[in-house]
Design a binder for this molecule. Sequence first.
Ligand code: OGA
Ligand code: MN
Length: 206
Amino acid sequence: MIRSPDAGCEQVICNGLMEEGWVVVPDFLDSKTTAAIEAMLRTRWESGALRPAGIGRGRTFQVRPEIRSDQVLWVDNDAPPAPLKAYLESMETLRRTLNEQLFLGLHEYECHLTTYPRGSFYRRHLDRFADQARRQISAIFYLNPNWQASDGGELRIETERGVRSVLPEAGTLVAFRAADFWHEVRRARRLRLSVTGWFLSRPLIP
Ligand code: OGA
Ligand code: MN
């Protein structure tokens, strides 16, 4: 767990991904910016704008609440909600840094706003579709002030050194190589809010 905003969080993330393949950064954004994103997501959730998440893509897309029961709203990168702009700019800086330093060839970034209503979870999985390997790096930004261990909803990630738990505390960013780490979201006992995104490699040209 490292925090070093002035030295550039991007560098910390880069080093973590290079050395261990995963990284946790508390206080990735200042608390005011994080709270504004939280308020925006909460409003959208309350107005019914989120939809049950599925597994698979295109024709294999299915809603399977026994596997995942979160709800999502995809972000339009060309017209993002205003409070998300600073976060998207950080992701763009991170994308460039990862390309310069790790030669990952990350072409674009996609993300959705996510809610785990009380009682919901996401079973153990990898962040790659069976028919498409474009997702290179997963990055999740949490929005929940004062999250307690007793609230459940922790991310459990299987690393080389054992299973690690990450509490979805407001301001914390977690990133990992999408194809390499099995992970799950344990049942949340209170509404859990986040921004979930992926850096994608270029589409294959047939
Ligand atoms: C996902 C996921 C983890 C989290 O959406 O694919 O694994 O902590 N999310 O929200
Ligand atoms: Mn995942």
